[in-house]
Write a protein that binds this ligand. Structure first.
Ligand code: HEM
Length: 181
């Protein structure tokens, strides 16, 4: 307890806790109350994604030569591999859906207004991260769908005026699809 007191006095840890966890929100029950759980649902899916993603990574090989086969291997040989992959696949879709639903709830209820402007801005960052994970993760199976979806996505980004070529290069890691030369 002494260590906690020492840290609390010097870092203001409890204020961070109060700001994050104990801020009052308007009371809402029933169907409207359910809308307040969308953020936690997104958080929950993120946890599922982190755990299943970690498990998949133990058997996945991130190279154009072996990625496709390693995914087939996970599907057919690894114990519960298909289940873990299925959870990760659907989790990825639902995480985007829930993050957007949650954002719509925040928008339509005006919850982004004072004093939560910074929370909204942090949310914009999180949404970009979620979309980024979703876009990059889609390529990993390295099958036809993954390959061409990434060709299309990076080509669209490449049509941005002036900085397009640079953005496409950054997204692809080189001037074409495939490993870094
Ligand atoms: C990874 C994605 C996200 C996660 C895990 C997440 C999680 C949460 C959680 C658990 C809450 C509290 C409960 C609730 O209101 O549902 C919350 C509130 C909030 N979120 Fe998110 N969020 C995410 C994305 C976003 C996005 C995209 C925005 C908007 C651009 C946003 C803006 C806000 C705001 C303004 C609040 C405060 C609402 C209030 O106090 O009534 N969040 N978020």
């Amino acid at each position: 307890m002494k260590a906690y007191e020492w840290a609390r006095e010097r870092t203001g840890l409890d204020q961070i806790w109060t700001a994050l966890m104990e801020r009052k929100i308007p009371e809402a029950r029933g169907w409207v109350g359910l809308l307040y759980t969308l953020g936690s649902a997104t958080m929950m899916i993120f946890t599922v994604q982190a755990v299943t993603g970690f498990l998949l990574a133990t058997n996945y090989v991130p190279s154009p030569d072996h990625a496709y086969d390693s995914v087939r291997y996970i599907d057919s040989q690894v114990l519960f591999g298909r289940v873990v992959r299925g959870l990760h696949h659907w989790g990825a879709t639902f995480m985007v859906v829930f993050a957007v639903l949650h954002m719509m709830r925040v928008y339509f209820m005006g919850s982004y207004k004072y004093p939560r402007e910074a929370t909204w801005m942090a949310g914009v960052g999180l949404l970009l991260l979620v979309l980024g994970f979703s876009f990059t993760g889609y390529l990993l199976p390295w099958d036809q769908k993954a390959y061409w979806a990434t060709v299309v996505g990076t080509t669209i980004a490449g049509t941005t005026p002036f900085v397009g070529a640079m953005i496409a290069d950054i997204l692809r890691g080189s001037d074409g699809m495939g490993p870094r030369p």
